[in-house]
Design a protein around this ligand. Structure first.
Ligand code: SAM
Ligand code: SF4
Ligand code: SF4
Length: 376
């Protein structure tokens, strides 16, 4: 159904005035902003989610994300002084929340490598949305360090974790992550997260044809009846280093057909508008499974995510090639209003819809930012 929004200016200073739209009686409602005015981009998409990359480093070298030949010991990772510190992250997060953000996801790189991440979570979890509800703070992790950190993350106020796991055998995991970490380490991390109540744990599996697609059914079988939600992600052409080819993508339809032929499934409604995963339930009641069809069924029209890179740049799309610097003004003493205006300005001009244009765009040279830096 087509969405219609009435644009109403609510700010007084004309030059910098944010474009706000009044959320009418549409499905955006379910996303929880009620009838509050909200900041809208050119395609009328509100700003609801903020992904913060807290480090550009990682303890794995997934071939689709940080191929070892590029991310080797000579790779220029950001020096410490370039990283936003926790006070800076919190200050920017407050600005984003004032403009409508309701959920914050900490990511990277591997977020559990950032020392003292619990302190940041504590600060962020104490913030309230415009509606006065606590901001939901979640985290995406490879779970290598999750078993030892699950309790302290929960105690700090983390709401949920998403764990990335691309196969159940050590051999497949090694092929995908280019590491000798045993799968058991990740499974132990998932179990610890469930035990402390970081639930429901979501498990993301990136599927690459000919590399780990033989693990689709074993993964579905393993995570049914476990209380976790497994989601299959189409391999994406993020960044410029992962050698992406359309032939390596296993379309979500194909994944769903495979699962359905072994474990019958039926589709269920999204939890909220803009949810990226398509949700399915096993017909026998053994839980939920999902697909994220970012390549074959782009969901740009509902994309409400902003990304804050490790060094404080605002990106309005995962496939952006440039971002608005927030760290410079922040460190130069910008007021809250000035920071808010910078974010507003970037969001107002947002016209990103890379995934919808991918097939026209992939033949063209484009310098895209790596996912480990921008935040997956
Ligand atoms: N290190 C953490 C992890 O792996 O969960 C957080 C950062 S990682 C960049 C976030 C998510 O992006 C992971 O689920 C990962 O599988 C996914 N990802 C990375 N590169 C991808 C690609 N080329 N296509 C699809 N998903 C990708
Ligand atoms: Fe690291 Fe996550 Fe990228 Fe894998 S997907 S290399 S775990 S940042
Ligand atoms: Fe959002 Fe960009 Fe992904 Fe489209 S391609 S869903 S605009 S991040």
């Amino acid at each position: 159904m087509a969405k219609t929004f009435k644009i109403i200016p609510i700010a007084s200073s004309a030059a910098q005035a944010p474009v706000f739209a009044q959320a009418p009686d549409t499905s955006w409602h379910k996303a929880g902003r009620g009838s509050l005015p909200y900041l809208a981009d050119i395609m009328q998409r509100p700003l609801r989610d903020l992904r913060i990359s807290v480090t550009d480093r990682c303890n794995l070298r997934c071939t689709y994300c940080m191929p070892r030949e590029i991310f080797d010991k000579d790779h220029p990772f950001l020096p410490r002084a370039e990283l936003l510190n926790f006070e800076e992250i919190e200050r920017l997060a407050r600005s984003f929340i004032q403009l409508g953000v309701q959920k914050i996801r900490l990511t990277g790189g591997e977020p559990l490598l950032r020392r003292g991440i619990e302190r940041l979570i504590e600060e962020l979890a104490a913030l309230n949305t415009l509606e006065g509800k606590p901001v939901e703070v979640a985290l995406t992790t490879n779970a290598v360090l999750l078993a030892q950190k699950a309790q302290s993350l929960k105690d700090a106020g983390l709401a949920r974790v998403t764990v990335s796991l691309d196969g159940l055998t050590d051999e497949t995991f090694r092929r995908m992550s280019d590491s000798d970490v045993p799968v058991k380490t990740v499974l132990d991390g998932i179990a610890a997260a469930q035990r402390v109540g970081l639930a429901p744990v979501k498990v993301n599996m990136v599927v690459k044809r000919g590399v780990n697609d033989h693990e689709i059914i074993p993964m579905a079988g393993h995570f049914r009846n476990s209380g976790t939600v497994l989601r299959f992600i189409e391999f994406m052409d993020v960044g410029c280093t992962n050698g992406w080819r359309m032939d390596d993508v296993v379309p979500s339809r194909e994944i769903l057909e495979q699962i359905d032929s072994r474990y019958p499934i039926r589709q269920v409604d999204p939890n909220y508008t803009g949810e990226v995963a398509e949700r399915w339930h096993y017909a026998d009641g053994s839980g939920e499974v999902g697909v994220i069809a970012s390549v074959t069924q782009a969901f740009c029209h509902e994309c409400t995510r902003a990304r804050l890179s490790t060094d404080g740049k605002l990106y309005t799309c995962l496939f952006a090639n440039s971002g608005a610097d927030l760290r410079g003004p922040l460190r130069a003493g910008a007021t809250d209003e000035a920071l808010s205006n910078l974010i507003t300005g970037a969001w107002r001009l947002r016209f990103d819809r890379y995934s919808q244009l991918r097939h026209a765009a992939t033949g063209l040279p484009r310098q895209k930012i790596e996912m480990s830096y921008i935040g997956g």
